[in-house]
Design a protein around this ligand. Structure first.
Ligand code: COA
Length: 376
């Protein structure tokens, strides 16, 4: 029995900041951000959008691919941007999607790696329970402090994946190689609003973890690099993925994988899967039956190299036009508005646009209050 990704969708903020605007205001040469780091724009989030609201938006899109929402037995929410150490963010998604009360819901965490962990868990679960479907969600919003070297590599997005038998999009293959090592390259202490990081150490460890897991994957699978048709890397910023490509698959272009990432920014746990959707949506090649190598990296750190094969007829399961429109229709913010968003400050005279049908309206008694948005 084949198990894998039956459907996949993503959402991000309705707002973005151009990186040349950021560069101008930080007295940095625009080319450093746009060429040196490989980022053109980044998603920025208004005060009423959070990891739950964007997750619900992505989940609603992917659920539209199912005949019956009651088919979902398990919901796994992967995030490193949680606002609660106890309650799963997945419970809000379960509630607003109206999933069955006997659906199992929990969160998982390991920096940007967590969706891959959830995907592999879901694959095993479906292997044991062939009639089950699992909804895997990855949702993150990343903020670095203003003026720091990390500032141009912020971003955020949510990915929603349905894992099922006889998938219509991609089969997750059985071979994988993982590598775990204790390192302080990126971390988010609970009391800090913004991420702390050592970018150079992180890049070094990312590339070393790639080398180890790629060799491990080849050994375990008995495949050679030429058996891999396309490759997709976790992309904290696009140049990082290009460096990864140069180390392993210098003969292959990964341009199609980075089209969305270059204008969304680092979406952490969702990043690798946003790159995968970007490849499927934008590749001019017919990917039917092609093997895609995937490298997942989460600081701290855990990495995994694994692969998927594309299912014949996969194009029917894509929403390329919808994805492009979502990104094209975003609203540009000025540098001043961006600074306001960073402080999570609402402009009292402004009604913010949301990506989905649920928005976070206020925090009351330290509880987040969400409500359904009236269309328009
Ligand atoms: N024109 C073109 N390129 C330029 C340039 C210019 N004027 N000025 C600098 N560059 C290039 C540099 O040569 C460098 O390229 P290289 O890496 O290929 O050598 C690149 O731009 C970045 O320059 P650098 O001096 O290294 O920038 P920085 O010290 O500001 O740091 C990051 C950049 C990406 C390392 C930093 O934004 C960061 O750490 N972000 C967080 C990343 C992270 O840790 N994510 C989580 C882990 S997955």
């Amino acid at each position: 029995m084949q198990v894998g990704i039956d459907a996949m969708a993503f959402s991000t903020s309705r707002y973005f900041l151009r990186l040349d605007t950021l560069a101008k205001n930080r007295n940095v040469d625009c080319a450093k951000y746009c060429i040196g780091i490989g980022q053109l724009k980044m998603s920025v989030f208004p005060p009423n959008e959070d990891i739950v609201t964007i997750a619900i938006s992505a989940a609603q899109k992917v659920m539209a691919r199912l005949v019956n929402k009651n088919e979902i037995d398990v919901l796994i929410f992967a995030t490193e941007s949680s606002f609660d150490l106890s309650k799963s963010a997945g419970i809000y998604v379960h509630h607003f999607l109206g999933l069955r009360p006997d659906c199992r819901v929990f969160d998982v965490k390991q920096a940007c790696y967590s969706v891959t962990a959830a995907l592999q868990l879901a694959r095993s679960f479906v292997k044991d329970n062939p009639d089950s479907k699992v909804l895997v969600i990855g949702s993150d919003i990343l903020k670095y402090s203003a003026g720091s070297s990390g500032e141009p590599t912020q971003g955020g997005a949510a990915i929603a994946i349905i894992v099922a038998k006889n998938p219509r999009l991609m089969i997750v293959e059985q071979h994988f190689s993982t590598y775990t090592t204790e390192i302080m390259d990126f971390w988010r202490p609970i009391e800090e609003g913004e991420a702390l990081f050592d970018g150079k150490l992180s890049a070094q460890n990312y590339l070393q973890s790639l080398e180890i897991t790629f060799l491990g994957y080849l050994k375990k699978s008995d495949l050679t690099p030429s058996d891999i048709d396309q490759v997709c890397f976790h992309a904290p910023f696009s140049k990082m993925a290009i460096k990864a490509r140069n180390k392993t698959f210098a003969d292959k272009s990964i341009d199609d994988t980075l089209i969305y990432n270059a204008i969304i920014g680092n979406s952490c746990s969702a990043s690798l899967y946003v790159c995968l959707i970007s490849l499927l949506d934008n590749s001019g090649d017919d990917l039917d039956g092609k093997r895609i190598g995937l490298f997942s990296y989460g600081s701290g750190s855990v990495a995994e190299f694994f692969s998927c094969t594309v299912v014949s007829g996969y194009r029917h399961m894509l929403s390329a036009e919808e994805n492009r429109k979502m990104l094209e229709d975003r609203i540009e913010v000025s540098f001043e508005e961006y600074e306001q968003f960073c402080k999570n400050q609402a402009d009292p005279g402004k009604k913010y646009a949301n990506v989905g049908s649920i928005r976070m309206v206020r925090v009351e008694n330290k509880q987040r209050i969400y409500e359904r948005r009236i269309a328009g």
